[in-house]
Design a protein around this ligand. Structure first.
Ligand SMILES: [Zn+2]
Length: 198
């Protein structure tokens, strides 16, 4: 027996979320159908609200209700040091490290030749524009430690060095193939203090 059509449709959509396979999509769908109407309404409402109120900061491209975001408008930040991350989640992970007081730039992904993701698909141009307009003395590249993150780091370092800006990469301690987002504060803190010039 096949799943009823409305459930089938739900599974198909949920399956497209990152990290959710067919089994998990089925489990989540049936779980949602077991939830009370109130719970379902709150779930849908939270998605809608976040979708409607979150926007990209026009300076760092972090997701925020405000533009510029609270990080960019924080006057206590050191404005000549910039940490480049792949996603807003990575920005949050790095921002938990109290020793880092600089600013950020969210690339919106990583280069991936195999998936045909090139420099125009992430914010390389916008990063260069910011580096040319602001006074930045060091860029810390905090892309993930997987192959896409490494390719992106090498690519960016070449360009940034030509602008006579010091480029560093997070040092040892981060698990290879890992996502910055999931690294704990102590690990990121060590990786920042052990950063190496590229
Ligand atoms: Zn910002």
């Amino acid at each position: 027996m096949n799943r009823p059509q409305p459930i089938e449709k739900m599974v198909e959509i949920i399956k497209k979320l990152p990290g959710v396979g067919p089994k998990m999509a089925e489990r989540l769908s049936y779980h949602i159908l077991e939830m009370s109407q109130g719970e379902v309404d709150r779930l849908l409402d939270s998605i809608q609200k976040a979708r409607q109120t979150m926007k990209n900061c026009s300076v760092c491209y972090n997701l925020s209700e405000h533009d510029p975001c609270p990080v960019c408008s924080d006057s206590a930040k050191e404005r000549d040091i910039l940490c480049v991350v792949e996603t807003p989640q990575d920005l949050i992970a790095v921002s938990r490290v109290k020793e880092y007081k600089g600013l950020y730039f969210v690339l919106g992904g990583a280069l991936s030749p195999l998936d045909a993701v090139g420099p125009n698909d992430i914010r390389v141009e916008k990063l260069i524009k910011r580096l040319k307009s602001d006074t930045i003395s060091e860029v810390i590249i905090a892309t993930d430690t997987d192959s896409k993150g490494e390719i992106t780091a090498v690519y960016l370092a070449e360009i940034i060095k030509k602008l006579n800006i010091k480029v560093t990469r997070l040092g040892y301690g981060l698990p290879v193939g890992g996502d910055i987002e999931y690294a704990d504060e102590v690990t990121i803190s060590r990786a920042i203090s052990g950063r190496q010039e590229m």
